[in-house]
Design a protein around this ligand. Structure first.
Ligand code: BG6
Length: 486
């Protein structure tokens, strides 16, 4: 990978959780790997009136806490600290931007502004950057989610940011696209000829995309109350995964080629509204239960959560795509907190053989399944039917397995490291374009509206399970089972 040089990164929200937990560790690793030339500067900005030394001490604490034990070493830290700086600035006060302007006087150096703040600060931040003359044609801005809570607020943010930055300068992060296994899905689909002829409704029976977490809402109760699983995970991560699974082969890996194809998928999603909302979606909320044998409380008992909250912590959806390739194939999406396992997985179930000549073809069972696991392991398994040894022709599914961590040893870039490198290089392929984001909001909004209008509460599920029973019923109505139920 080529080294980045002569560039300034400015982290807004520099004392916040994301910077401490993810961004500083990511930059530290890139530094350790020699991917940042000594002249790359990282400038934290936030309201607190810290001195540079005080911020460096905060950053050091964070790295010692959040880096893997063997990643932190004193010599690397010393050289990393040399590129850190800090400026106190209030995004809503134009006069405080002078602090930053003094530091960023060399206009030949690209600036990458990372807005890791509450979204209501995006607008004043961009406006004040522009007024202070800090947005040059080679500047870029990285926007963290959530970008709004619905289509209208998303458009308002994008309009305002778009007044100051061109679309090719705006990097909207979806950290799932930075994950190695997600990019591997592109390699699997478009770097092999085996998949393509089978990757369509003629052979695929159903697709399942699951992202389940064992964690609850942790200390983010207030944020989660406003957000819920639909806005937090489905509108972005799940739909992006669906796009990568379902899109047509792009003509290249150029940003426009890839993003155009993803957009076509989002626009082809069959709208779910009216009475379909209750038959094609399930929303759930965890109650108390046990995770790995430890008792955990329910969502309604979490800090900063209303005792009668109807916020969903689980969503399952039967999505459909109206295209020649995918008509008739259900894409089951499922996401949840406090679930039985931490798992991110895509399962492609192929149709049963058209005519069975063996004794043991189970009616309805897929003949083959391709299981792409992204978390906790990074594996691809292709389940095939094979004959059991013995004097009968009895078939059993066996798997051909590929373990990426075993096959490709050595350090790999974490999602944020990859995405930061791409933003610093100016490569937009793994970032979300405005029209994609809007199409995703257009699809999820009527579902959320349908839930609100139904007056029904989210279905309760015990922490440590696979979600409400109606999630299994959603699939069984189509004659299908979730992967772990097969
Ligand atoms: C974030 C959500 O975008 O993704 C969190 O806001 C969620 O609620 C997280 O926990 C999951 O990401 P990962 O990489 O741990 O699967």
């Amino acid at each position: 990978m080529t080294q980045i040089s002569a560039l300034d990164v400015v982290l807004f929200g520099a004392t916040g959780d994301l910077v401490m937990r993810k961004l500083l560790p990511a930059f530290y690793h890139l530094h350790q790997d020699g991917l940042l030339a000594p002249d790359v500067r990282i400038v934290g900005v936030a309201r607190s009136g810290h001195s540079r030394d005080a911020y460096i001490a905060i950053a050091q604490d964070a790295l010692q806490k959040f880096l893997d034990k063997d990643a932190y070493d004193a010599a690397t830290w010393e050289s990393f600290a040399a590129r850190l700086d800090y400026r106190s600035l209030d995004s809503t006060k134009p006069e405080t931007f002078q602090n930053l302007a003094e530091l960023l006087s060399d206009t030949s150096r690209p600036r990458v502004y990372y807005l890791s703040t509450a979204p209501h600060l995006f607008t004043p931040t961009c406006r004040n950057l522009a007024n202070a003359g800090l947005i040059t044609p080679i500047s870029r801005v990285i926007l963290e989610k959530p970008l709004g809570v619905d289509l209208a607020s998303n458009q308002a943010i994008n309009d305002e940011v778009g007044r100051h930055f061109g679309e090719d300068q705006i990097f909207r992060i979806d950290h799932y696209l930075g994950k190695e296994p997600v990019q591997n899905l592109l390699a699997l689909r478009f770097g092999n000829v085996l998949m393509e002829p089978l990757w369509r409704n003629q052979w695929v029976r159903d697709v399942q995309i699951t992202v389940s977490e064992q964690l609850g809402v942790e200390n983010r109760g207030a944020f989660y109350e406003e957000t819920g699983a639909m806005r937090d995970m489905v509108q972005n991560h799940l739909l992006q995964l669906l796009c990568i699974v379902a899109m047509e082969p792009p003509s290249s890996l150029e940003p426009t080629a890839v993003r155009d194809e993803k957009l076509k998928v989002l626009r082809a999603l069959v709208p779910i509204w009216g009475s379909d909302v209750m038959t094609k979606t399930v929303r759930g909320q965890y109650r108390s239960g046990a995770i790995n044998g430890q008792a955990v409380k329910g969502y309604l008992e979490e800090k900063d959560v209303a005792p009668d909250s109807q916020t969903e912590t689980f969503v399952a959806i039967k999505a459909e795509i109206s295209s020649w390739r995918w008509a008739g194939v259900p894409f089951y999406l499922r996401v949840g907190k406090r679930m039985q396992e931490k798992l991110a997985e895509i399962v492609i179930n192929f149709k049963p053989v058209p005519h069975c000549i063996f004794d043991s073809c189970e009616i309805g069972r897929p003949a083959n399944s391709l299981v792409i696991q992204m978390q906790p392991d990074e594996t691809v398994q292709l389940f095939m039917n094979a004959k059991q040894p013995g004097d009968t022709m009895t078939l059993d599914p066996v798997s051909l397995s590929l373990d990426f961590l075993e096959t490709f040893k050595g350090r790999r870039l974490e999602a944020y490291e990859r995405l930061l490198m791409d933003a610093m290089r100016g490569n937009l392929t793994l970032f979300v374009r405005r029209d994609e984001q809007e199409a995703a909001w257009r699809w999820v909004e009527p579902i959320m509206k349908g839930w609100a209008e139904s007056g029904e509460k989210p279905k309760s599920y015990a922490a440590g399970t696979w979600g409400p029973t109606s999630s299994s019923a959603l699939l069984s109505r189509g004659g299908h089972l979730w992967h772990e139920e097969m």
